[in-house]
Design a protein around this ligand. Structure first.
Ligand code: AVJ
Length: 323
């Protein structure tokens, strides 16, 4: 057991090193936002979700609090038992409302949270049944597609896949199309995919969510450099980089960069990386969608757009795609 854990830790560290060197040796330089979420990054992201400017969390929370009975009804239109598979479950604070609504209907289902973080899964497995007595939790620790495949092999029940929190925004639209196509290939007729999208809106409001006054988003980005220092034996001086966020209302792409404030070099293990003054590292994309973009995504990936649930301001939508 401990050997397996050590091997996995080594594997993921090698992957982290590989992705980091690849990204910083590319032109233009980039890092992968999936590495934001170490223990400190998790904590900073919790702070982001509580920021005045970060409207996304409150908007999706409102949908879950006020419309989870309607979402449950949509799921139960087909009365057969099902597996509710949540990709990137986190602490399930939003999906808990939907789970409660589903339990109220006495539907037969298992809740299968999928997360790459082992401790997220252990936490949910431990704590959810206390909060929601009678809930059958089958945590799956691993990669989204591997775990979805495993879930389909474990039970022949119909599947309802949840992908909330605008996590799809961390993909380009082209990558989101491929992602949905792959999901579709793992699902069967009648199965559902529920995705949370952040919608295009006033550009100033979007930009403010990723460029907050208190500098929390800046700290979130710089934390990845600190993480690289501590885990990959590097020597970034985080005071020599500055966070820059941009939003393009035409494409709906919100992007975060770190700008090198000086000509400088950084070593990562044995490797030296040169930065020119004002050179950028592309850090994260947070893609915003028009309703027509969502229509197109559903069609392209072979789903039918079945139903949509909005918050009162129409900042956010949870959309049900049906196979
Ligand atoms: C967790 C991907 C939805 O893109 O809005 C928040 C991450 N980055 N502030 C987002 C994030 C900067 C967030 N997602």
């Amino acid at each position: 057991m401990s050997t397996v854990t050590i091997e996995n830790a080594t594997d993921s560290k090698l992957q982290f090193l590989h992705d980091t060197l690849n990204g910083l040796q590319a032109n233009p330089k980039r890092l992968d936002s999936k590495y934001f979420y170490d223990a400190i990054g998790d904590r900073i992201f919790q702070q982001i979700m509580q920021m005045e400017e970060y409207y996304l969390t409150a908007a999706e929370m409102e949908i879950m609090q006020h419309q989870s009975a309607d979402i449950a009804r949509a799921i139960l239109a087909d009365g057969s038992p099902f597996d509710l598979i949540e990709l990137g479950a986190g602490d399930a604070t939003k999906s808990i409302h939907l789970l409660r609504s589903l339990l109220n209907t006495q539907a037969t289902f298992s809740y299968c949270p999928v997360d790459i973080s082992e401790h997220v899964i252990a936490d949910l497995q431990q704590n959810l049944p206390n909060k929601l007595p009678g809930l059958d939790v089958k945590g799956l620790n691993g990669d989204y597609f591997d775990m979805l495949k495993q879930a389909t092999e474990l039970s022949g029940r119909r599947k309802v896949v949840l992908f909330m929190g605008a996590n799809i925004g961390n993909m380009t639209i082209a990558d989101a199309e491929q992602f949905c196509k792959t999901l579709k290939s793992l699902l069967a007729p009648g199965d559902l995919l529920i995705i949370g999208f952040d919608l295009k809106k006033n550009p100033k409001q979007i930009l403010a969510a990723y460029n907050d006054k208190a500098g929390i988003t800046s700290a979130f980005n710089l934390n990845l450099l600190r993480r690289i220092n501590s885990e990959l034996d590097a020597n970034f001086d985080t005071t020599c980089f500055e966070h820059y966020a941009s939003y393009d209302p035409e494409t709906g792409s919100c992007k975060s960069y770190l700008i090198s404030l000086t000509k400088q070099q950084v070593t990562i293990g044995q490797t030296t990386i040169q930065f020119a003054e004002n050179e950028y590292i592309m850090m994260e994309i947070s893609q915003k969608y028009a309703l027509s973009d969502i229509d197109r995504l559903a069609k392209f990936s072979g789903f039918e757009l079945h139903q949509r649930f909005f918050d009162q301001h129409r900042y956010f939508v949870d959309a049900i795609f049906k196979v």
